[in-house]
Design a protein around this ligand. Structure first.
Ligand SMILES: *Cc1c(COP(=O)(O)O)cnc(C)c1O
Length: 406
């Protein structure tokens, strides 16, 4: 490795808590689908900051909106009104198909807000006995890192030694309709689900499950809560992943790409009736709904719509997936995904994903393994067909190189 990169890596290791194991690329510049490291090496970004950079690095429209707003007004708190929030949420509601939203910052906060809304709705509207509300979640879920959220994770790395864990969450296997039916009680207020499980390794639900689960929720007066923090904003080939199915979530949780790759912006959305349980003083955020975030959020949505990125993600996703399917069968267990949220899982012969990730890095493409044997490919949606070809050539040659060592 070049000496400049090593210096930065050593500095981070000295002073930054070791809760990540980054791929050793020290990035200092980005544009579109490309990023550059401090030694000037150029990479294709195939992670997009876990789908927070769907519009590409430094998108000129979003950058301009941000700079204009920085020059005008950035933070007011919600002790006052501001001239950006109403039009931002109106735009977000129109784009998501929802009626009302609570603006927050990170994805985890959108999830926490969803949990609070579901519980409060349960006590006040569904008339569940106080402190008895239950929310059903799925095995291998990823909804963020707060103590409440990690308390209902099934991954020991995620939850161990962060207890005691809050009560009121029930886990079922992902995609298991019978388990969902059995888990619903009169105290169930919500079913919280990722429509495609991102961090679990791009797990697509079994055919028909989402629609059936939705129907089950409707029949039992249970809120269907879709965590689209990762699958939203055109990532899966629709504006929102829920649009692949014949459903409309009661609560929609969004984040990541809403921030246009610039800052954390999230929201919890739903009907007026449900969102109105958040009465004055019952919830809040100092930074949530700040004018800078609102201006950026509006521009982030505009770019997705004006550049037709959902259709692009749909078409190029199919193209990219077909290419990935041509990788040597003998080392691959499965190629899966939807839109430009794709993954390859290696089989026993293929072994650990990390070595492929490192070979791709050397050849100029950044991706990250999720769990031990899966690599996710989720480039910025502004990628072109030619750039997918360019990416695939790197992926293919990295795979071939590693295969020689197996
Ligand atoms: C990333 C993610 C979150 C958490 O978002 P943060 O901004 O990291 O708090 C929640 N849910 C899903 C599905 C995610 O992918």
């Amino acid at each position: 490795m070049e000496s400049k990169s090593l210096e930065y890596i050593n500095k981070e290791k000295e002073v930054v808590s070791p809760n990540y194991t980054p791929i050793p690329a020290v990035l200092s510049k980005g544009e579109g689908i490309y990023v550059w490291d401090v030694d000037g090496k150029k990479y294709i970004d195939c992670l997009s900051a876990y789908s927070a950079v769907n519009q590409g690095h430094g998108h000129p429209t979003i950058k301009e909106a941000a700079i204009n707003q920085i020059n005008t007004l950035t933070l007011t708190s919600r002790a006052f009104f501001n001239d950006q929030l109403g039009s931002f949420i109106e735009r977000l509601c129109e784009y998501t198909g929802m009626e009302m939203a609570c603006p927050m910052n990170t994805g985890a906060e959108a999830v926490e807000t969803g949990i609070k809304v579901a519980r409060k709705w349960g006590y006040e509207q569904k008339k569940v006995e106080v402190n008895k509300a239950e929310i059903i979640v799925c095995h291998d879920n990823f909804h963020g890192r707060t103590t409440t959220i990690v308390g209902f994770s099934s991954d020991p790395d995620t939850y161990s030694n962060f207890g005691p864990y809050p009560a009121g969450f029930v886990q079922i296997p992902y995609g298991d309709l019978e388990a969902l039916k059995n888990a619903i009680t009169p105290n169930t207020v919500g079913f919280l689900i990722e429509l495609v499980q991102g961090e679990a390794g791009v797990i697509v639900p079994p055919e028909g499950f989402i629609e059936a689960a939705y129907k089950e929720c409707k029949e039992n007066n249970v809120l269907f809560i879709a965590d689209e923090v990762q699958t939203g904003f055109a990532r899966t080939g629709r504006d929102f992943c829920y649009q692949h199915f014949d459903i409309k979530p009661d609560l929609l949780l969004v984040g990541k790409a809403l921030g246009g790759g610039i800052m954390p912006i999230s929201a919890t959305l739903g009907s007026k009736e449900i969102m109105s349980v958040l009465t004055s003083g019952t919830h809040g955020s100092t930074f949530g709904g700040n004018p800078l975030a609102c201006a950026i959020g509006k521009a982030a949505i505009d770019v997705l719509v004006n550049e037709g990125l959902a259709n692009k993600s749909n078409e190029l996703g199919k193209y990219f997936k077909e290419k990935l399917m041509t990788l040597p069968q003998e080392i691959i267990k499965e190629v899966r995904g939807i839109g430009l949220l794709l993954a390859i899982e290696f089989n026993e012969k293929g072994g650990l994903a990390k070595k492929y990730v490192m070979a791709m890095k050397e050849k100029g493409l950044l991706a990250k393994q999720t769990h031990d044997t899966t690599i996710r490919f989720a480039p910025p949606l502004v990628i072109t067909k030619e750039q997918i070809d360019e990416s695939f050539i790197i992926i293919q040659s990295a795979v071939e190189e590693v295969m020689k060592t197996l």
